[in-house]
Design a binder for this molecule. Structure first.
Ligand code: GDP
Ligand code: ZN
Length: 468
C-alpha cells in the first residue's frame, strides 16, 4: 500500500449531538497546520490546552481543548492534533472546515474511512488483527463481543499467532539446515524429533482455532429463519425470545424497510432472526387464468428478497400449529428450504392440545414442542440453537476473530497436515516437508498482516467508520 504522507482530518466522534465532539488531524509533520490554526506550535505534547478555536478572521467558532501528540507517540504514529469542542453537527462541521482551510497549503484533506487506523497499521502501531479489532470493538453489539474484541486489540490474539509462527520457524530452521547437508537427511526426522514438534504445533493451532471460531460466532452470530404459515406464532416466538434479551437489540442495516431481520442475543451470541412474513403469498395458488397485477409484482419482489435471506440461513425454524398439524402449504414451504441447512420443526401452541406438561419428553433435536404463549419449551429451543451454533462456555478468553482469520487458520492446518504426511513417508521428502512449513508460516502471517496484499488492506479499512 502506498503510504502518502499527506495530512488528513476528520470528525472522530459519531454524527449527531453529544456533550463533546472531536476533530482529529494526523500527518507526518503538523507544524504548518498547527501554526495556521493557532499562530504557534508551542503545545506541550499530550497536555490539554484550553483555548478558543477561531476562523481566519478571528471570529470564535468554539472554546475547547487541544491535545497535541508528537510523532511517533500517537495513535497513528504521526503527529496528531485533537480538537475537542462542543458536540453539535454544525459546530463540528465548522471546526473541520476551518482545519481543512488552515491546512490547505500543507495538503490537508478529508480522511477516508479507517484511514487513521490504516496509518497506525502502516506505522507498526498495530498489526492487522489488532486494527480489525478496533473496528470490531466499535461495532460490538454485546458485552461478550466487546470483551473479546478488546482482547484481540490488546494483542492477545496476535501473540498466540506469533507464538505459533515461532514454533514453525524453529522447525523450518532445523529442516533447512539439514537440506544443506544431504548425508544427514536420512535420519533427520528421528534425531530432531521433528514429528513430535510438528504434533505440538498442530495441537496448539487446533486450540487457537477453537478459541477464534467461538469468537467469530460472537461477532457474526447465527442466521435463524422463522418460516411457517400465517398465524402459527412466528412473531409471538420472536417476541418471547427477544423478551429475555438483556443486551442491546440492533436492527441490521439495510433491512429496516422491509424489516425482516431482528437481532437478539442468547448468552451473548447474536441471533439474526429473519421473519418470513412475506412467504404466505407465494403459495396462494392463482386462480385459473389470473393475471398478475402490479401489487402481486411488488409482493413477489418482497418474497424473493425474503427467500434470498432464507438462503443465507444457518438454521431454519419451521413453525407449525400443534393443534392443527401440517398442511399442504407447509409442504410448499419445506420444498423451498435450501439443502443442507438444519431444520427444527417447532410445534407451537402446545397449550391448546393439553400436552404442555410433557413437552421436554416429546421434543428432540429436530422436533421441539412449545408454547410461545405460556413460555413452555423455550429454554429447550434456546439450548438447541446454542448447540447448533457450536457455542461452548469454556470460560477461556476468546478472540473476536473474523472469517478471514478462520480461513487462514484452516489453510495453516491443512499445510501442517500435509507436512505430517510427508514426514510419515519412508523416502522422507524433506524438501516438500520444508515447503509445507513455509506455507503454514505464510498463512499464519497473513492474520497479523506481515505479508498482505493492498487489495485486502483496502477491503478491510474501507469498512471502518470515518474518523477512526
Ligand atoms: P404469525 O403470523 O406466525 O407471526 O403468528 P402470531 O405470532 O402473530 O400469532 C398468531 C396468533 O396465534 C395470535 O393470536 C397469537 O396470540 C396466537 N398464538 C401464538 N402463539 C401461541 C401459543 O403458544 N398458544 C396459543 N394458544 N396461541 C398462540
Ligand atoms: Zn407475524
Amino acid at each position: 500500500m502506498i503510504y502518502e504522507p499527506i495530512p488528513i482530518a476528520a470528525i472522530a466522534t459519531a454524527p449527531g449531538r453529544g456533550g463533546i465532539g472531536v476533530v482529529r488531524i494526523s500527518g507526518k509533520d503538523l507544524a504548518p497546520v498547527v501554526t495556521a490554526l493557532f499562530g504557534t506550535t508551542q503545545f506541550k505534547p499530550r497536555h490539554a490546552s484550553y483555548l478558543p478555536f477561531t476562523q481566519a478572521d478571528g471570529t470564535v467558532i468554539d472554546q475547547g481543548i487541544a491535545i497535541y501528540f508528537k510523532a511517533p507517540h500517537s495513535y497513528t504514529g504521526e503527529d496528531v492534533l485533537e480538537l475537542q469542542g462542543h458536540g453539535g453537527p454544525v459546530v463540528m462541521q465548522m471546526l473541520l472546515s476551518r482545519c481543512l482551510e488552515a491546512g490547505k497549503d500543507a495538503g490537508l484533506r478529508l480522511a477516508e474511512p479507517g484511514e487513521f487506523t490504516q496509518r497506525a497499521f502502516l506505522n507498526d502501531k498495530l498489526d492487522l488483527a489488532q486494527a480489525e479489532a478496533v473496528s470490531d470493538l466499535i461495532e460490538a453489539s454485546t458485552e461478550a463481543a466487546a470483551k473479546s474484541a478488546s482482547q484481540s486489540l490488546s494483542g492477545a490474539f496476535s501473540k498466540v499467532i506469533h507464538a505459533l509462527v515461532e514454533k514453525v520457524v524453529h522447525l523450518r530452521m532445523l529442516v533447512e539446515a539439514t537440506l544443506d547437508f544431504p548425508e544427514e537427511e536420512i535420519d533427520f526426522l528421528e534425531k530432531s524429533n521433528a514429528r513430535g514438534q510438528l504434533a505440538t504445533i498442530q495441537t496448539a493451532l487446533q486450540k487457537v482455532f477453537e478459541q477464534a471460531a467461538q469468537g467469530a460466532l460472537l461477532r457474526a452470530g447465527l442466521n435463524v429463519v422463522l418460516a411457517g404459515q400465517p398465524n402459527v406464532g412466528k412473531s409471538s416466538l420472536l417476541n418471547v425470545l427477544a423478551g429475555d434479551d438483556v443486551a442491546i437489540v440492533t436492527p441490521i442495516a439495510g433491512t429496516t424497510r422491509d424489516k425482516v431481520t431482528e437481532t437478539i442475543h442468547i448468552e451473548g451470541i447474536p441471533l439474526n432472526i429473519i421473519d418470513t412474513a412475506g412467504i404466505r403469498h407465494d403459495h396462494d395458488e392463482p386462480e385459473e387464468g389470473q393475471v398478475a397485477n402490479a401489487i402481486d409484482t411488488v409482493e413477489r419482489i418482497g418474497i424473493e428478497r425474503t427467500w434470498a435471506e432464507v438462503d443465507k440461513a444457518d438454521v431454519i425454524l419451521h413453525l407449525l400449529d400443534a393443534s392443527r398439524g401440517p398442511t399442504r402449504a407447509d409442504e410448499a414451504i419445506v420444498a423451498r428450504f435450501p439443502d443442507g441447512v438444519p431444520v427444527i420443526r417447532i410445534w407451537n401452541k402446545i397449550d391448546l392440545s393439553g400436552h404442555h406438561a410433557s413437552v421436554d419428553e416429546m421434543s428432540d433435536a429436530t422436533h421441539i414442542y412449545l408454547s410461545a404463549h405460556e413460555h413452555v419449551g423455550i429454554d429447550l429451543l434456546r439450548k438447541e440453537l446454542l448447540r447448533i451454533a457450536g457455542w461452548e462456555q469454556t470460560g477461556e478468553s476468546l478472540y473476536l476473530a473474523r472469517e478471514r482469520h478462520l480461513i487462514a487458520l484452516k489453510h495453516a492446518h491443512e499445510h501442517l497436515q500435509n507436512a505430517a504426511e510427508y514426514a510419515a513417508q519412508n523416502d522422507q521428502s524433506l524438501d516438500l516437508f520444508a515447503e509445507e512449513l513455509r506455507l503454514t508460516q505464510d498463512r499464519l502471517n497473513s492474520i497479523t498482516g506481515e505479508f498482505t496484499s493492498d487489495d485486502l488492506l483496502g477491503v478491510i479499512f474501507s469498512r471502518f467508520c470515518i474518523g477512526k
